[in-house]
Structure formats: C-alpha cells, structure tokens
Design a binder for this molecule. Structure first.
Ligand code: ATP
Ligand code: ZN
Length: 300
C-alpha cells in the first residue's frame, strides 16, 4: 500500500436491518477497520478501503455523485431513487454490481381486512399510502390503475386506521406487522434484497486493483456460503451416477486408492447445500466414507 494510492469508499447503512450483514460481508473479505470518533467512518487498516456509515436513503446519491465508489442498499431504496434520478435527467445514476442475498423483503399492498378492496384492480379513485411513491406510481401507471399515491415517511401501516388512505403499499418480510394492523397482504410489486452498487464513472487507475480485488472477494464470500467440500470413496464405475447426484458440483477430482482395485477417492466442491437425502442417495449409488466439509474461502 503506497501513500499516494487512492482509497476506496464503500457506503453502508449506519444502523438498521442491513448494517450487521454488510459489515460482516466486508470483514469476511478480509477488511479490518477502526471506527473514527464520530463513528461515521471505518478506516481500513489492512486495505485501502474505508467504510462510510450513513442512512440507507443517502447511499444511492453518494454513489451517483462518486463520493463513494461502492454502496450496499436494499433494492427498494435503490429502485425508488433510480426512478427519481432518471426523472431528474441522470441516464445511469449507478451500476448494479450484484445482489447479495440478504435483507430480503417485498414491497406489497396491504388491504384493510374489513374493507371492500381485495385487489389492485379495485383501486381506481382510492388512496394508497407508501414510503415508496415513485415505485408505487410507476406500478399503478403500468397496470393502468388511476389511484392517488400518498407519501408517508414511516408508520405507513396505520394510515388506513387514521383515515389517511384506503390501502397501503409497504415492505413486508414475515407479514406480522400487517396482521397486527388488521391488514391483509395483497400483490407484491417488488422483491427486494441487499444490492451492491458501483458508480457509473470510469474507475480511476489508482483504484482499479483494489476494487477488482474487493469484488472478487465478495464473489468468493457469496459462493462459499452454500458451498461444501465433499469427499467419498466409490467404484470408478459409479462416477457418472455420483456426479449426477451432487448438487451444483464442479468437475470432481478422482484419485486412485492404492491396493483397492477399481475403487477411487472422489473430491468435489458443491455450490449448493448437501442434505442428508443426497448423502443417502450417494451411498446407494456405491459411495462410502462420505465426508462433507464447509468451505472457508474460495478464489476462482
Ligand atoms: P435508515 O435510518 O438507514 O434510513 P430505515 O429505517 O430506512 O433506516 P431499516 O428499517 O433498517 O431502514 O431497513 C433497511 C432495509 O432493510 C430496507 O430498506 C429493506 O431493504 C430491508 N428490509 C429487510 N426486511 C425488512 C422489513 N421487514 N421491513 C423493512 N425493511 C426490511
Ligand atoms: Zn431509510
């Protein structure tokens, strides 16, 4: 690391549902950081990577303006901001690098249980409360429904009981909040999860190496989550059937076993979880001494 090397800034949520998993992801990429006194920046100690801790709503703008090189934010916030930025004339405000497979939720309609409305098609002339006015308006326009969108910055679920709206469109994960407010879940208009985004600007030469390394490590972390290293012994003739049974397997390594006739050792990385049923099927196909190990790190 040289003094002149540009530092990479990654924006993540300061405190909320995405914070722990985002920090864990960066830590699993090898990043060690110290928090500044104001707690707003994590200074990377062993890589030229700093973490900016901000409100999730600010992340798309920080990345668009190239204040941060990368950001992690929910698809819901990202899509709402994208519609806003595009309306303001930014053709490509940020690049979506990859979904990160956490922070899953959905943006869905909620209809009062004792009310008359059961579906989007019945929303003509009604009011929809939401914190995602652009996504909802875009959806209503595309479905040809003429409803009025009422923006709420929080506590959307109480809007119908306050008489401020007829229905809501809000984030749902378990549905418990809807149920507690006597709302029935309706159509989903967006499936969301945490997304890694990058500025649309050309990466300056001083930053390419570490951005590439970080993205490759994130890929590695994502891949090992479900991956397993599977070892077993089997007759060589059973190899085609064994390969077929292994979920998401790469080409196996086949090693002859000294003095065991046609028996071989098979080692293989599976990109999906390996369940007991799979092991039982492998045993039926002729495998023995089965061993499944977690994968710690992976670099393709
Ligand atoms: P901030 O203070 O950063 O603005 P916030 O209150 O907007 O925080 P959180 O409630 O922490 O945000 O949610 C952050 C993100 O987590 C959401 O935008 C969404 O992508 C995701 N998420 C996952 N499950 C849920 C859920 N059940 N309800 C709300 N958001 C969820
Ligand atoms: Zn927010």
């Amino acid at each position: 690391m040289t003094d002149t090397q540009a530092r990479i800034k990654v924006a993540i949520q300061k405190s909320g549902r995405l914070t722990d998993r985002s920090l864990e992801l960066l830590e699993r990429c090898g990043l060690k950081y110290t928090r500044g006194r104001d707690q707003l920046i994590g200074f990377g100690e062993n890589m030229p990577v700093d973490v900016l801790l901000v409100r999730d709503d600010d992340i798309p703008g920080l990345v668009r303006d190239d204040v941060c090189d990368l950001g992690i934010v929910g698809m819901n916030v990202l899509e709402e901001r994208r519609l806003q930025f595009v309306a303001e004339g930014h053709a490509e405000p940020f690049r979506v690098v990859r979904p990160l497979d956490y922070g899953r939720c959905r943006l869905a309609f909620g209809y009062p249980e004792d009310g008359p409305i059961r579906a989007v098609g019945e929303l003509g002339g009604r009011r929809v409360a939401t914190s995602y006015p652009r996504i909802v308006q875009d959806y209503l326009t595309r479905t040809g429904v003429d409803a009025r969108v009422v923006e709420f910055s929080g506590a959307v679920e109480i809007a119908p009981s306050l008489g401020r709206a007829d229905v809501i469109c809000d984030l749902v994960s378990t549905g418990a909040t809807l149920a507690a407010n006597r709302l029935r879940e309706g159509e989903t208009i967006l499936d969301s999860q945490a997304i890694l985004i990058q500025t649309p600007q050309q990466v300056p030469p001083g930053k390419t190496e570490w951005i590439d390394r970080l993205l490759q490590r994130i890929d590695g972390v994502m891949q090992v989550r479900e991956s397993k290293y599977v070892m077993m012994n089997a007759p060589i003739a059973a190899l085609p059937e064994i390969t077929r049974l292994l979920p998401g397997a790469e080409a196996p390594t086949v090693i002859p076993l000294e003095g065991r006739g046609d028996k071989v050792a098979i080692h293989v990385v599976c990109r999906e979880n390996v369940f007991w049923e799979t092991l039982e099927n492998l045993k039926r196909a002729g495998a023995s001494s089965l061993l499944v190990l977690p994968v710690e790190k992976m670099l393709p």
